[in-house]
Write a protein that binds this ligand. Sequence first.
Ligand code: DQQ
Length: 487
Amino acid sequence: MNGIEQHRRDGRTAYHFQPAKNWQNDPNGPMYHNGMYHFFYQYNPHGPTWGSGKLSWGHSVSGDLVNWAAVENALDPTADFDINGCYSGSATVLPGGRPAILYTGKNADNEQVQNVAFAKNPADPLLCEWEKPSCNPVIPIPADVTGNNFRDPTEAWRGRDGLWRVGVGAEVGGLGSVLVFRSADFLRWERNAAPLHVSSRDIPELECPDLFPVAERGTEGLDVSTPGGAGVTHVLKLSDLAREDHYMVGRYDDAADTFVPAEPERGVDCRSWRRFDHGHLYASKSFYEARKKRRVLWAWVDETDGGGVGRGWAGIQAFPRALWLDGDGKRLVQWPVEEIETLRRNRVGGVEWATEVEAGGRKEIAGIVSSQQADVEVVFEIANLEEAETLDPKWLVDPRGLCAEKGASVHGGVGPFGLLVMASGDLEEHTAVFFRVFRHLDTYKVLMCTDLTQSSRKEGVLKTSYGAFLDVDVEKDKFISLRTLVS
Ligand code: DQQ
């Protein structure tokens, strides 16, 4: 049985990382060390649900970010300081090459505390064994933290003064905050007076913060400890409990340990910040990998059909994406890591498939061997914009609502055009990924939507639309290109 047949039988995905069975959620501590990629994840080794939350850190290794082998769990809830769960966190390679993990433990009193673990043998290419020193927790819950919300340490970074810093999501007086702790030895940590970020009262809890530097020009990634300054700026990413991730570009000051947003007009409530992805993606975590000098983003996607128990697994990790800063200095750009292209096998179409589709019609891309896995690149030529409908300005702030209102079947001036993927033979089930072009003032706005309303016949599955306006100049380019990984 080949991989695709196996996936088809189990209803599993193909491009997305999954352990062999059981529940997974957040990506934890991704790392590149001694020529090997390490990926850890929130894992319940006992079943396909989050259960009582007594989670472990699952651990897999890879030479190419595509093919993974499972090794034993890196962390299990075994000590007083994490007996009720080893929650999310990050990995850092310390000077001298010793990998360390900072993670949240739910202790015997159910308090959230921060713990450290070290690779037992840094020369082991698989980093199979991790030890938790008895001085844990290294950061107990501070007295002013409310609601027992104190978790998800960022990757630690080192300031120019040689001290380590780590950011931790915390509820302080009912405000979602990111607190910074400093340490000289990775074991004794002291809180900095100023928090890195304080949200509004509407967001008391923030999860999985991430702070990382990006180059102002070019696509190369930077090590987390690269200081801000000429040519380097920072990104603060927060996860907001509504299962959405948001980020803001800004200036991180490594003397004061503060963050000044580049777009203060968006406010302190991260829900009005920018998004990596307008779909269903949460608890993301990025890391710098020196091999290809890039920053790579991982993120968790959960299912909404509640079917984990029936099929024996739950949760996938979205395929890893390379991430860099756009020329506007405010927006991040991403692309599936290039290694994914090594999975391309049977080429279908190409220029010879170039075709025209009648307005209101559709054409099947014949010859795809498995509807379970396809890497589709399409270029839509837009010869004529004259018939573009005028955009009602109220939709400018609600592109998702506009996608829902118009769907993929309401005929427009220019569009909808796009792909129907994961379609059943009778088309009763399908997911539409499509565009519409609108006239707005003296320019054009391109709306991109993903419509899940027909994705499944099953009850209880999230049937929603996602959408955003794209920053493309369709008048000048006269085409829109789309890459879709179907799996
Ligand atoms: N999941 C972890 C927490 C984190 C949450 C627990 C985010 O550490 O805040 O599984 O999905």
